[in-house]
Design a binder for this molecule. Structure first.
Ligand SMILES: Nc1ncnc2c1ncn2[C@@H]1O[C@H](COP(=O)(O)OP(=O)(O)OP(=O)(O)O)[C@@H](O)[C@H]1O
Length: 246
């Protein structure tokens, strides 16, 4: 019996229990109970100020929740530092750029690979990653001289080169053109072949393109979860986005 059950319920890779985060009088997250299963690609959506980024930061160690617990693969990571989260094999891309502008595309990706792996493997992963993010032709260019979209792909490449099993991305398609957004969605689906993902995003077309499950935040709490089609057709979700219900 136990065996049959474990086959139907996949491993929980991220869980929060009764997570709340307050900034003075502002409740940014309010009693959030969240669960991500192995292999999932989950988007966090919701109107401005709904609490998505705050929740994301509680998962990555950028913020320590006021109340509640965060576990990653069953390990209590509540209030852990970002580097402790990274050490578990978690790849994180925050809204704040995390590249060395003075170094080349290749050097940035190599550094990320080398942080996680030995020299030989880092070399191989760097070459593979440059292909995957299609930046091979500009590998020698300084990252500081690149266009916005290319910089974002360098950062995604840095996440990929470490071969994480869990990836947390905050607005990976922000400021991109439609064409760039399409390729970014492709990259994310590719990452999902070997990693579970949580992606905070605004762009509805992008969310449809990556086609994962969606968790809708509203006023710091989870309003609804499900496939994008179901969620976007839900009258309450539509009202929240149009600002009818406050
Ligand atoms: N450091 C902070 N100090 C005070 N209030 C904050 C802080 N960070 C977030 N907040 C508040 O918490 C609430 C949730 O903000 P959060 O940035 O998590 O929302 P969001 O859903 O990510 O919004 P957006 O889509 O605009 O990024 C907002 O009312 C915001 O003003």
């Amino acid at each position: 019996m136990a065996r049959a059950r474990s086959r139907t319920r996949r491993e929980t890779v991220v869980e929060t229990r009764n997570l709340s985060m307050r900034f003075g009088g502002v409740t940014a997250n309010d009693d959030v109970n969240f669960r991500l299963e192995a292999g999932e690609l989950r988007c966090l959506i919701g109107p401005n100020g709904a609490g998505k980024s705050t929740f994301f930061k509680c998962l990555t160690g950028q913020l320590k929740p006021t109340e509640g617990v965060v576990t990653i693969r069953g390990v209590d990571m509540t209030g852990a530092d970002p580097h402790q989260v990274a050490q578990l094999g978690v790849g994180v891309k925050t809204q704040v750029p995390n590249v060395f502008d003075g170094l080349s595309v290749r050097e940035n990706i190599w550094l990320a690979a080398r942080r996680a792996h030995g020299a030989e493997r880092a070399e191989r992963l760097t070459a593979e990653t440059l292909e995957r993010v299609r930046l091979g032709d500009i590998r020698a260019r300084a990252v500081g001289a690149l266009a916005h979209g290319q910089r974002q792909w360098v950062e995604l490449g840095m996440v990929m080169a470490a071969e994480p099993w869990l990836v947390l991305l905050d607005e990976p398609a922000a400021g991109m053109t439609d064409e760039e957004t399409v390729f970014t969605a492709e990259l994310i689906r590719e990452i999902n072949r070997t990693a579970s993902l949580i992606v905070v995003e605004h762009d509805m077309n992008f969310i449809r393109a990556i086609a994962g499950r969606v968790t809708v935040f509203h006023r710091g709490a989870i309003l609804m979860e499900g496939p994008m089609d179901e969620v976007s057709a839900d009258p309450t979700v539509r009202d929240v986005y149009l600002g009818h219900k406050h």
